[in-house]
Design a binder for this molecule. Structure first.
Ligand code: RRO
Length: 315
């Protein structure tokens, strides 16, 4: 069976990749992704200058393998590190893996400067602009401010020029799906949206010690993993139904096995990212989930993902 896919003008030999943020801050981690069965890799969201992020502990798995909470606070090496990596990257690598670069400027001028630098470098990597970090004290998620998001896209889309993607927060209201999709449909070179970033500002508490699991923001942090699967699937499908002109959706959220990857594709995903499960299991997750997805496809008689992408049945 064939797990390949095309997004934003690049081909992935396998539609699984990491979720931005997990195992992708440093070159050695990016190399582990290249050495794995993942079909591509996306870098940690970059800011103009490097950041240490929030105080530790700032990530915790949740009991019962239901997911994770994080308030990393955008620790990253600064965009020049990832730009240098993108310059060195072997775009003709034997596995045929393309490179995605995530950018999360702290302001529109910062995003503008980073997009200009990548445009000037004229590289075949794909930009994924993160409009949805939930963990910066005092900074609301841009994805929840429709006017500010449209204004940002009006500046950034022409600078980027070529096809690019946006990392979105989860939406929970049909009106918000409608409003966000209507904005994205105005921009020809938005090639895809990634749904979803973590479900912002949950609070995980250990009942025995009566203490929050993570330190930043009084314990508040973004939720990921199996507990967000249905929210992810809804966001994937909502945008799959609303986006025009070949715009695609990358699914992210709640993938622990081939079964959830299959569900993301049924909901409309063209590629599927793995975050919490990658953090917990390591890069071997890609071989396991690929195999499980292939087994499901064989059992159902599918030979490629186009045969069932977006074909979820409704009652
Ligand atoms: O670094 C983070 O705290 C972080 C980011 Br930028 C993001 O987009 N999503 C997330 O769950 N954590």
């Amino acid at each position: 069976v064939d797990l390949s896919t095309s997004i934003a003008g690049v081909t992935l030999p396998n539609l699984l990749l990491n979720a931005s943020g997990v195992n992708c801050r440093y070159e050695n981690e990016l190399q582990q992704l290249l050495d794995s069965s993942a079909g591509s890799l996306v870098t940690k969201s970059a800011t103009l200058s490097s950041r240490d992020g929030n105080p530790e502990p700032r990530y915790a798995p949740l009991a019962g393998q239901i997911g994770s909470i994080n308030s990393m606070g955008l620790p990253n090496q600064g965009y020049e590190y990832y730009l240098e990596y993108a310059k060195k990257f072997d775009y003709n690598n034997a596995a045929g893996k393309p490179l995605f670069i995530s950018l999360a400027g702290m302001s529109l001028p910062d995003n503008k400067a980073m997009c200009e630098a990548f445009r000037d470098a004229n590289l075949p990597c794909v930009l994924e602009i993160n409009f949805s970090c939930p963990n910066l004290p005092g900074k609301p998620q841009l994805g929840y401010d429709m006017e500010a998001m449209e204004a940002a896209l009006q500046v950034l889309a022409p600078i980027i020029g070529k096809p690019f993607g946006i990392k979105l927060p989860p939406y929970f209201d049909i009106a918000h799906f409608d409003q966000a999709a209507a904005i994205f449909n105005k921009f020809d070179n938005i090639a895809y949206v990634t749904c979803i970033n973590s479900v912002g500002n949950g609070l995980a508490i250990d009942w025995e010690s009566e203490t929050a699991l993570i330190k930043p923001k009084d314990g508040f942090g973004g939720l990921g993993g199996l507990m967000v699967l249905q929210t992810s699937l809804a966001n994937v499908n909502a945008f799959y139904r609303r986006l025009n002109n070949g715009k695609q959706v990358i699914g992210c959220g709640g993938v622990t096995s081939g079964k959830e990857a299959f569900l993301h594709i049924l909901a409309g995903a063209s590629a599927v990212q793995i975050g919490t499960q990658l953090q917990e299991e390591g890069t071997g997750v890609f071989e396991r989930v690929s195999k499980e997805l292939e087994e499901i496809m064989v059992a159902k008689g599918y030979t490629n993902v186009e045969e069932f992408r977006g074909k979820v049945k409704t009652l």
